[in-house]
Design a protein around this ligand. Structure first.
Ligand SMILES: Nc1ncnc2c1ncn2[C@@H]1O[C@H](COP(=O)(O)OP(=O)(O)OP(=O)(O)O)[C@@H](O)[C@H]1O
Ligand SMILES: [Mg+2]
Length: 412
C-alpha cells in the first residue's frame, strides 16, 4: 500500500519479510530442543543497530513535517532547515533515513546527504561524506583541499539542478569539536559563492540540555531558521508495537511468548529507549538458542536484562554522591525485603541507618529519580511510592561506594 504524503509518498505497509537466515529448517518442528544446525532467528539482521525498518511506527507527524520542509526544493526552491530533538532511541536517525530513502526513490531534484557526526566531525570529513553521497564516489584521499571537495559537490548539484539537504546527526559532537558554527555557516551559504540553491540542514541531537538553535552564532542564525521537531519517548504500547514488528521479522513464530514481549516492552518503555527492547529480544533469544531451546523463557529475559542494563546502571550510579548512593543501597535492601515503599515510610525507616534529615532525604531521592534509578510514582491516597527501575541486587551492586566502606556524611 502506498499512502499519499504532501508532497512525497512513503511506504507504510509492513514490508515482506527480509531475507531468511541460512538455516534450512524452521525450529518450530518436532522436538522441544533445537538441532545444532537450527536457529531461532529468521533474520538476525533486523536486530542490528544499522537496520532501517520497513515500517516506521508512530512518527507520521515528524515525517510529514520533514517532508513539508523539503517540499519547496521539489518546486525548484530551497529546502528549509530543522532541529530534531529527543532522547536516545526515539527514532530520530531512523526517521531521517526513512525520509531520505523516500527522496531518493521519488526525485532527482533533491540530493540528501546523511552525516554521522560521531564519526565525521572535522570539516574535511563532513564534506567528504557529503561529497560521497552527492557524487557517488569518495574524494581522493590526498591532494584535495576543502575547496576542491566543495567544488565537486556544487558542480554535481548544478549538473543535476538539484538541491542539497544535509542531515548532521548527533550534531552535538560538532560543538565539542568546535566545528558546528563554521560548518553550518559554510553549508548554508554555499549558494552565496557558487550558483546553487540554498541547502537545507537537519541538525539532530539527543542531548536535551542542549539548544542547537542557541548554539548557532549570529552569522549562522541569519541563514539558519530551523523548525524544531520533537521526538518524545514512545509509550509502552508504542514500544510494544515496534518490538512486535521486529520480532515478527527477526524470530520464528512462537519463539518469544507474548507475556515476555509485554515484559520487554514494559522494561524498554521504562528505560525510554526502544533500542534497549530490541537488544533485549536479541540477547534473550540468543540465550535460548545457545541452550538449544525453541522458546525464550522468563529466565532468559531476566539474564538478558541484566546484561543490557548493567552499563547504563553503572553510568547512572557513577554520577551520584556518596549520600545518594547510600540511600539507593538502602532502598534496594528495603525493596527486596518487600517492605512498604511509600516515600514517607522509607524516610522513617531510613532514620535508623542513614543520618539524613528530611530535606537531604528528599534531595537525594529526587537525585535518584533524576538519574533514572528510581521512579517516584504518585499514590492514590497521598504521597509517592519509591519504585526501583532495576533489580534491587543490581542497584545495590552498582551503588556500592568506591571504597566499599562509605561513611554517609550527615546531610550530604
Ligand atoms: N518508529 C519506529 N519504528 C520502528 N523502529 C524504530 C522506530 N523508532 C526507533 N526504532 C528502532 O529503534 C532503534 C533506535 O532508533 P534510532 O537510532 O532512530 O533512535 P535515535 O533517536 O536516533 O537515538 P540516538 O539519539 O541514540 O541516536 C533503531 O534500531 C530503530 O530501528
Ligand atoms: Mg540517532
Amino acid at each position: 500500500m502506498k499512502r499519499g504524503l504532501f508532497p512525497l509518498h512513503f511506504q507504510t505497509a509492513h514490508g515482506s519479510l527480509l531475507s531468511t537466515t541460512s538455516s534450512p529448517v524452521s525450529p518450530m518442528t518436532h522436538s522441544p530442543l533445537l538441532r545444532s544446525d537450527q536457529t531461532l532467528f529468521r533474520d538476525p539482521d533486523v536486530f542490528e543497530l544499522t537496520f532501517v525498518p520497513e515500517h516506521l511506527h508512530h512518527r507520521d507527524a515528524q515525517v510529514k513535517e520533514l517532508a513539508f520542509l523539503i517540499s519547496p526544493a521539489l518546486r525548484g526552491g530551497s529546502a528549509l532547515s530543522a532541529i530534531l530533538r529527543g532522547p536516545p532511541g526515539t527514532g530520530k536517525t531512523t526517521t531521517v533515513h526513512r525520509i531520505f530513502t523516500m527522496i531518493r526513490e521519488e526525485t532527482q531534484r533533491i540530493i540528501p546527504a546523511y552525516v554521522n557526526c560521531r564519526q565525521d566531525h572535522t570539516p574535511l570529513a563532513v564534506y567528504g561524506s557529503i561529497f560521497k553521497q552527492v557524487c557517488g564516489y569518495a574524494p581522493p584521499p590526498t591532494g584535495w583541499h576543502l575547496d576542491d571537495v566543495k567544488e565537486g559537490i556544487v558542480s554535481r548539484l548544478r549538473d543535476r539542478n538539484a538541491a542539497l539537504v544535509v542531515c548532521l546527526d548527533d550534531a552535538d559532537d560538532l560543538i565539542v569539536a568546535g566545528t558546528y558554527n563554521p560548518l553550518l555557516y559554510q553549508i548554508l551559504r554555499l549558494y552565496e559563492k557558487w550558483d546553487v540553491r540554498k541547502a537545507g540542514v537537519f541538525a539532530v541531537t539527543s542531548d536535551l540540555d542542549l539548544n542547537l538553535g542557541a548554539e548557532a552564532d549570529s552569522s549562522v542564525r541569519s541563514v539558519f531558521h530551523p523548525t524544531e521537531i520533537t521526538f518524545l519517548p514512545y509509550t509502552k504500547a508504542e514500544v510494544r508495537e515496534i518490538l512486535a514488528d521486529r520480532v515478527r521479522q527477526g524470530l520464528y513464530p512462537r519463539v518469544l511468548p507474548k507475556p515476555l514481549l509485554d515484559r520487554i516492552a514494559r522494561f524498554a518503555a521504562g528505560e525510554q529507549d526502544v533500542r534497549v527492547g530490541i537488544d533485549l529480544v536479541r540477547q534473550a533469544a540468543h540465550r535460548a538458542e545457545k541452550d538449544g531451546r525453541r522458546r525464550v523463557t522468563h529466565a532468559d529475559v531476566t539474564a538478558a536484562a541484566r546484561a543490557v542494563t548493567a552499563p547504563a546502571l553503572r553510568n547512572r550510579a557513577a554520577g551520584l554522591s556518596a549520600g545518594e548512593r547510600a540511600l539507593a543501597r538502602w532502598i534496594a535492601e528495603r525493596s527486596s525485603d518487600g517492605a512498604d515503599m511509600a516515600s514517607g515510610a522509607v524516610f522513617e525507616a531510613a532514620q535508623e541507618y542513614l543520618p539524613v534529615g528530611k530535606t537531604a532525604y528528599h534531595e537525594h531521592l529526587n537525585a535518584l529519580a533524576k538519574a533514572g534509578i528510581v521512579d517516584l510514582v504518585p499514590r492514590t491516597g497521598r504521597g509517592r511510592e519509591v519504585r526501583l527501575r532495576y533489580d534491587a541486587g543490581d542497584v545495590a551492586a552498582a551503588c556500592r561506594s568506591p571504597d566499599q566502606t562509605c561513611k554517609i556524611p550527615n546531610g550530604s
